[in-house]
Design a protein around this ligand. Sequence first.
Ligand code: HSE
Length: 292
Amino acid sequence: MKEFKVKVSATVANLGPGFDFLGMALGIYLVASVREKEGSEIKADKEDALVSAVISLSDEKKIPLPKNISIQQDTNAIPAKSGLGSSAAARVAGVLIANKVLDLQLDSIEIVRKAAQLEGHPDNAVPAVAGGITICYNTPGGLEYEVLGPPAGLKVVIALPGLQTDTQKARKLLPDKVSVKDAVYSAARASLLVKSLVERKFNLLSEAMKDRLHQPYRKELIPGFDEIVSRSLKAGAYGTAISGSGPCVFSFAPEEAASSTGKAMVKVFNEKGIKAEYIVTDITKEGAQIIE
Ligand code: HSE
């Protein structure tokens, strides 16, 4: 077997009003290697999303994994339970590894569907596989998606508080039903968001990143969220929203306001007694990659 690496990016899901269907890939990566190693055997550890994904495909396709290979994470810059798609990246990496090691010949849509099925959150799995900004939707035939290229001139600033959020718990905060008024409010902003990103009308982003499906319910998990939004905008950000189910908060900002935006967000967390740091990154158009 030829040794290889997989490289998969962190992702931001929802982007504000795109609850469960919009996402984007970031220039922050998990890199794992597959090597030949005498006497090793890939074993299931439920906590290890990457290896579990490999084993799940081996079981599903009834193709045993070769003996004498090892899978290891070389680097992982994606913080766990932070709202940056760490488990989606691990599962996508596992699906890519299984596809190659077991010679499954899965194409992109099959890889996306498998990763989304394992992950449960297609809005993280899809951009992790495809790169860019993605819109995913279910059809009777299965999950489908479209990709928008990243617009030029937009930095992504992530505020990373020293908190962790369990996505299942963050989903339980959401109501089972919403009013037509709230659904329309969010649908209008999701449409506006796509227009602002495609046509680089960044002045629309502060309005376009509001929603009424999840952020009003989840912000109680993020101390100071409303203030983070207002102070990031004052610092020059175009718009700010919860990243996935949180606790990270992200802004779209012009390059010249990226560090002031990050500092403003961190300051609010600090004022609430929470340690925080910020990362400035880009939307990456590269999808998940195999490097030989
Ligand atoms: N759309 C999912 C949620 C993403 O907000 O619960 C989880 O990362």
